[in-house]
Design a protein around this ligand. Structure first.
Ligand SMILES: N=c1c2ncn([C@@H]3O[C@H](COP(=O)(O)OP(=O)(O)OP(=O)(O)O)[C@@H](O)[C@H]3O)c2ncn1[C@@H]1O[C@H](COP(=O)(O)O)[C@@H](O)[C@H]1O
Length: 108
């Protein structure tokens, strides 16, 4: 991914404090958290439907939409990309997670 997500995050962050004409990101920030969450939910559902239908090109498009809207949610909530990366790095040090998840499934 190189710096793609980082660059996207930086663009979204810069939009939060600007009033760029015609910017969809500015529109989302103006609408607020409920709108951003609604879009995250919609895009998530669209990923599921596209994947279920085996439409890989469409799924890539929807995953990209979802990642973008998650970036907007992160900026809105004051969550940095570094925080997510740190959590993923922490998890990468731990393997053999199957048993834990399996026992959770059994109890649900
Ligand atoms: N990655 C994206 C991106 N992905 C999706 N979208 C927009 O997300 C919207 C979602 O489409 P929908 O049909 O679901 O929603 P809609 O009906 O248009 O709008 P709603 O009323 O439902 O909110 C579309 O308008 C897309 O253009 C994005 N808009 C912006 N970016 C990035 O943000 C940057 C800045 O964009 P602006 O803020 O528009 O300048 C861009 O250069 C991109 O890097």
């Amino acid at each position: 991914m190189n710096d793609t997500l980082k660059n996207l995050y930086e663009t979204v962050l810069s939009r939060r404090d600007s009033h760029t004409e015609g910017s969809y990101t500015c529109y989302l920030f103006e609408q607020g958290l409920d709108k951003i969450l609604k879009k995250c939910g919609e895009e998530c559902s669209e990923v599921i439907i596209a994947a279920k239908n085996g439409e890989n090109h469409e799924t890539v498009m929807e995953i990209s939409d979802l990642l973008y809207h998650l970036m907007v949610l992160m900026v809105q909530s004051g969550i940095t990309l570094e925080e997510v990366e740190a959590e993923l790095d922490k998890r990468s040090n731990k393997t053999g997670n199957l048993k834990k998840f399996h026992s959770v499934d059994k109890n649900s």
